[in-house]
Write a protein that binds this ligand. Sequence first.
Ligand code: PGA
Length: 224
Amino acid sequence: MIEINKYKNYDEMSKWVVEQIRDAINFNSVTKHFTLGLATGSTPLGIYKYMRDETWDSKKVYTFNLDEYADLPYNHPQSYEHFMEENLFAYKQFRYSYFPENERYDDIIKNNGGIDIQILGIGTNGHIAFNEPGSPRDSLTRKVELTENTRKDNSRFFDIIDDVPTHAWTMGIESIMRAKQIYLLANGKHKKDILEKACYGDITSDIPASYLQEHNNIEVLYCD
Ligand code: PGA
């Protein structure tokens, strides 16, 4: 079981995470670089908005995104790289930003010292990154097929559902669990039920986010 911390509103929730990142970077990067795990989707947009005004030295920070559509050109407006460019990277210059595109991703993360802070959202079916229900606990970065549920959720960003890619590269459950600190965020009443199942229910591959109960350094944030 993990405690769910309820926030007054989305802004408060986003600002709190940015404060944690700021403190950790200021504390850590005196002697070493910092490694930040980033997510796409609507949930982290507030974090990225507030991060733009931060004055810490982002040149010391490496970023690793959780996932990326497969078979979309890099500059496609719906690629996650493009999303990050538009919402964060255009404002803040990081040392280097990585996206998963092959199985070597976990080794690259390891060679960079592991992820210090991972920002995470949750899908309405309990997925984390593109680890859909049924994903094994020991999964690493791999190419996966997206479920109809996820393609439907994401079709709001595309003209029609048929344009949503069928496959994506995603960090695995094990890749995510290796992060030293995780902030799992959920925004909106439509996420409440699945978040409660993930945090209070049984640990099961039917709800990949439930594996996070086994992480010893996770904060769960919710606002409706
Ligand atoms: P959302 O997506 O932030 O757009 O709600 C989260 C997710 O599917 O992981």
